[in-house]
Design a protein around this ligand. Structure first.
Ligand code: 13P
Length: 287
């Protein structure tokens, strides 16, 4: 059964650890992430962006795949199925499709509009027992080949949005999606401290979890980050393991071209990476 992320996040804040939120891309990802969470006895958030939802043939299919893999693999740890960086329309579709958690990313909207739409969704999600993540202060990444250095949210805006009845808040503290650029100055712990001071026990979300030095992630977790998003690192290890298999000529030996063999090293690499992150975030044995 899929659960809202609310309880696991509240426990994480109280226990000073973070829940890993891993982006899914296909069946291999789903099987590997869930197997790792079960093995580590860790609550977990599995999430799809709207683009990944399309790639996986729709949100309903994503929800069905996650539920069916959970049943097939005997997954007993708490699992929340979350929409990552949703639009307003995407959020409604995922609620309809049976997601147990939603992110509405109104960070590109004028703040008043972001607040109004977030409030509306907070009420809807609360009435259905679904957790809601909101965002203020856009989290950068690569745009048109240019990678920004990471933006910071305004702590007063964080307070305003945190008071709308949301479950968790994504706020930029210099983090960005994808591979960090050369010379990236690191997370802004001063900004994190200011946001935490204004938002109290609100679970904070660190996007762009790939490639941040481990000590920085742990420091952020100690300071109130309760959900860490990871996507790119799983993609990189999957690609590297698949490349190694092909470069070793294994796809040309016997039935090595069978996708069940060809994709196995990549799937194992995702599982190993997810386990590593769960232990880094401290959510192991917290199910
Ligand atoms: P990375 O791809 O940098 O790990 O970021 C993931 C993320 O924040 C998804 O919202």
């Amino acid at each position: 059964m899929l659960v809202s992320a609310k309880e696991m996040l509240e426990k994480a804040v109280a226990g000073h650890y973070a829940i890993g939120a891993f982006n899914l891309n296909n069946l291999e990802w789903t099987k590997s992430v869930l197997a790792a969470a079960q093995e580590a006895n860790a609550p977990v958030i599995v999430q799809v962006s709207e683009g990944a939802g399309k790639y996986m043939a729709g949100f309903k299919n994503v929800a069905d795949i996650v539920r069916n893999v959970m049943e097939y693999q005997n997954i007993t740890v708490p699992v929340a199925l979350h929409l990552d960086h949703g639009t307003y329309e995407g959020a409604l579709k995922c609620i309809e499709a049976g997601f147990s958690s939603i992110m509405f990313d109104g960070s590109a909207l004028p703040i008043e509009e972001n607040l109004a739409k977030t409030k509306e969704l907070a009420e809807l999600c609360a009435s259905k027992g679904i957790s809601l993540e909101a965002e203020v202060g856009a989290i950068g990444g690569e745009e048109d080949g240019v990678v920004g250095m990471g933006e910071c949210a305004d702590p007063d805006e964080c307070k305003k949005i945190a008071d709308l009845g949301i479950t968790m808040l994504a706020a930029g503290i210099g983090n960005i999606h994808g591979v960090y650029p050369e010379g990236w100055p690191g997370l802004r712990f001063d900004v994190l401290e200011a946001i935490k001071a204004k938002t109290g026990d609100m679970p904070l979300v660190l996007h762009g979890g790939s490639g941040i030095p481990d000590e920085m992630v742990q420091q952020a977790v100690r300071m109130g980050v309760a959900k860490v998003n990871v996507n790119t690192e799983c993609q990189l290890v999957f690609a590297a393991a698949t490349r190694e298999y092909i470069e070793a000529g294994k796809d040309q030996k016997g039935k090595g071209f069978d996708p069940r063999k060809l994709l196995a090293p990549g799937a194992a690499a995702i599982k190993a990476k997810v386990l590593e992150k769960i232990y880094l975030f401290g959510s192991n044995d917290k199910a």
